[in-house]
Write a new protein. Structure first.
Length: 54
């Protein structure tokens, strides 16, 4: 995914969930660290993520 496509994805997820773009970014950073991500944001980005490794 290009950086432009990633930025568009995050901006769209922010608009559809009503979560500010800054907070979306922080939630994604926290997700990497904690393994937890709110369900509405996860549902928005899940279709664009690669499948989990076996």
């Amino acid at each position: 995914m290009s950086t432009v496509a990633a930025a568009d994805l995050l901006r769209g997820a922010s608009e559809r969930t009503g979560i500010t773009l800054e907070h979306v970014s922080q939630l994604l950073v926290d997700w990497e660290r904690t393994g937890r991500l709110c369900s509405d944001l996860r549902a928005e980005i899940q279709p664009f993520l690669p499948p989990p490794a076996p």
